[in-house]
Design a protein. Structure first.
Lengths: 219, 475
């Protein structure tokens, strides 16, 4: 039955398009060319100082941003953020080589795994960050479990300056050249979770993280 | 769900008198319009993007079979399954079968208008499954046992007090006995209650804002994060999507994404834009083990071949609802099915049958704002007029109105008759209305004069006045 539904829908579509069969070879070749070209359409102007733009756009969507000169200062920035927001130094961390390479303080309790219900704070890296919109891009994989991005109350994201791109399309270009296959999940995250379903009033922390904190590493 | 669009007039009157509804609608209306305007003014490329988006969709629709087949093969290549359904009934059967096969007991859902369209919830409940809506708005209306009243803000018709009452009634069984009245507390209580549902669900069902042919990805655009917990935590992820959602490449969808959130909520990007491609990979630490995409036709392949084809460009942003004076006055429930406002007045008759919804295309002032704000430039007023023509052709128009229209059409096509008849009518009305200068009641037009007076004519028809003035400069 499923196959007959498929065939009938495709045949109804062709009939609606005044065709009886699949496309001519020449037309389908043109469509293949279009698919392979990955042509970029109109893009909004992004100023030359796109790092400042990324920071400004992140803050505009209620993320917080701390800038540190190098990876060595990340633990201090994270500790300070957790202390000021009255959180315990207990985190669940993505098993990401970048994060493993950081010298975390012994006082911080760290588990490297996917998220569970009781986890309060998660720390992850990113694949890229987009200046155009202040968006973080995370690709699922052994080093980046998706649940870390959604279950905990606080999501801390370590972004290196060279990971910031100007436009959304730059992510696709980088993904095609650096990743073998499209991952199960690509998350574009622009600020902490929110809802406006009650009286159209924006309230943060609907189902995903209540806070999103970006630690931007300059070098 | 049962279609009650034929009761539009009575429901609209009731809606206008419903104090809670009017309060809720008044709060929502300005916000949507202002936020959209600000977002679009901040993007000088908006009009260019609009024409690009239209081209992308038209190109895709012209080769819809090719792109659907490509999408299908890419989903399969990434380890997922694709199912096709001609009708709502077929679609429900497929989803229920998957749930049965995996022995599911509970299902969490992300917001899906196609899910509403095919009425998946009752189908799953009849099969003995527990179904939990997890988008806050959808959750509220599920508790209230109501359909959505807006395609992106399903509970926009509810006041905060009504939500408080609903939560008190339904959450005491989870041990929440405190009455929550402030928005942060209401949102937090829903967050806590739904956590258990997310973590214990066997199947997660989401919709799709777009399908990408190139990669076999399904995309959801959300703000709450419920869609992501729905498509990540359960062992099985099912996507319900309609066939017109496909676009060729990631670059194509990027262009349209720049229009969607701005038109819908005035955001540059929604909080979460998520691309799902296949099930979890062998090295992944989380994610569903099965990934299914259900492609639903439900009348769309017919639309592709007729004068309503352009409606298939719709990306369900809700801008036409927010800018419609009729929708803003009566809310979504008066429309009597799942889609409302201008897009609903076009889609409902096409999907449920014009004979069950022929009042909707008439609930329009043809002011044209919907088309002006539509990011995909869909000529909604033209389509509403086309539906009125179909209504007349199918003899669904009330008899008295048909007579009136027929008489008028007969005269209008014969100027030598039209002009003398009109000058007699106008003179007669002038004499009858001389005393007051207006009419409080006119036979055959009682509905019109019930809420306003008809001014009495001043003695000449327009054409007579035009002729007398010579060049028309001194009317």
């Amino acid at each position: 039955m499923n196959n007959s539904a498929r065939d009938q829908i495709l045949s109804d579509i062709r009939q609606a398009l005044n065709r009886t069969t699949s496309l001519d070879k020449s037309v389908s070749a043109a469509l293949e060319t279009r698919l392979a070209a990955h042509s970029i359409h109109v893009q909004p102007v992004v100023e030359t100082d796109f790092v400042s733009r990324f920071i400004a756009k992140s803050k505009a969507v209620a993320s917080t941003v701390a800038t540190v000169p190098s990876l060595a200062q990340v633990p201090e920035a994270v500790t300070q953020y957790l202390t000021t927001s009255s959180q315990k130094l207990e985190v669940v961390m993505a098993p990401d080589p970048l994060l493993d390479g950081i010298d975390w303080p012994a006082s911080m309790k760290i588990e490297r795994r996917q998220a569970r219900r009781q986890d309060v704070v998660s720390i992850t890296g990113v694949f890229a960050a987009i200046a155009e919109t202040g968006t973080l891009v995370l690709l699922s994989g052994a080093h980046s479990p998706t649940t870390l991005n959604f279950l905990p109350d606080v999501h801390i994201v370590i972004v290196r300056r060279q990971q910031i791109v100007t436009h959304i399309e730059d992510v696709w270009r980088r993904m095609r050249s650096e990743v073998n296959e499209v991952p199960r999940t690509i998350n574009f995250i622009t600020g902490p979770s929110r809802t406006a379903d009650i009286e159209q009033t924006i309230q943060l922390g609907a189902h995903g993280p209540r806070s999103l904190h970006v630690v931007l590493v300059e070098n | 769900m049962k279609v009650t669009s034929q009761a539009f007039a009575t429901r609209a009157v009731a809606a206008l008198k419903n104090v809670d509804l009017q309060r809720a609608m008044a709060k929502a209306k300005g916000g949507f319009i202002d936020k959209r305007r600000v977002a679009i003014e901040a993007l000088p490329e908006f009009e260019q993007l609009r024409s690009v988006a239209r081209e992308i969709k038209e190109h895709t629709l012209s080769h819809l079979d090719f792109y659907l087949e490509r999408f299908e093969s890419q989903v399969i290549a990434s380890g997922g399954h694709v199912h096709w359904a001609r009708t709502a009934a077929e679609a429900c059967e497929i989803v229920v079968d998957i749930c049965r096969r995996v022995g599911a007991r509970s299902v969490t859902k992300g917001k899906s208008m196609v899910g509403e369209e095919i009425a998946i919830n009752p189908a799953l409940e009849n099969a003995g499954l527990e179904v939990i809506e997890t988008d806050l708005g959808e959750y509220i209306i599920q508790l209230a046992k109501e359909p959505p009243s807006h395609i992106i803000a399903p509970a926009v018709h509810k006041t905060r007090e009504q939500v408080t009452d609903l939560f008190q009634e339904h959450h005491s069984r989870y041990g929440y006995n405190q009455r929550v009245t402030e928005i942060p507390d209401i949102v937090n209580e829903a967050r806590q209650v739904l956590r258990d549902a997310f973590l214990s669900a066997d199947v997660g069902i989401t919709g799709a804002n777009f399908l990408v042919a190139e990669t076999g990805s399904t995309i959801i655009v959300t703000n709450e994060g419920n869609g992501d917990l729905t498509n990540t935590l359960p062992g099985v992820h099912i996507v319900t999507a309609s066939i017109e959602k496909v676009v060729p490449t990631l670059e194509d969808v990027t262009a349209i994404l720049r229009l969607l959130a701005r038109s819908a909520t005035g955001q540059e990007m929604s909080t979460y834009t998520t691309f799902s491609t296949g099930p979890r990979r062998s090295a992944d630490l989380d994610g569903p083990k099965e990934f299914h995409v259900l492609l639903v036709d439900n009348g769309r392949s017919q639309m592709l071949g007729n004068e309503f084809r352009e409606m298939l460009r719709c990306i369900r942003c809700g801008a036409c609802l927010n800018h419609c004076p009729v929708y803003s006055s009566v809310g979504g429930h008066a429309y009597g099915w799942v889609y409302s406002g201008p897009m609903g007045a076009v889609l409902t008759p096409l999907m449920v049958g014009l004979e069950k919804a022929n009042h909707l295309p008439n609930a329009c002032t043809l002011n044209g704002r919907c088309e002006q704000v539509c990011p995909m430039s869909i000529p909604l007023p033209k389509m509403l007029r086309q539906l009125r023509i179909r209504e007349f052709e199918q003899r669904l128009t009330p008899t008295r109105m048909r007579w009136g229209l027929s008489i008028w059409a007969y005269l209008a096509r014969r100027p030598h008759l039209y002009q003398p008849v009109m000058s007699i009518v106008v003179r007669l009305l002038e004499i009858l209305g001389r005393k007051r200068g207006r009419f409080r009641y006119l036979p055959f037009a009682h509905g019109w004069t019930k809420v306003r007076d008809m001014p009495a004519p001043q003695g000449q028809t327009f054409q007579q006045a035009w002729r007398r003035s010579g060049d028309g400069s001194r009317l």
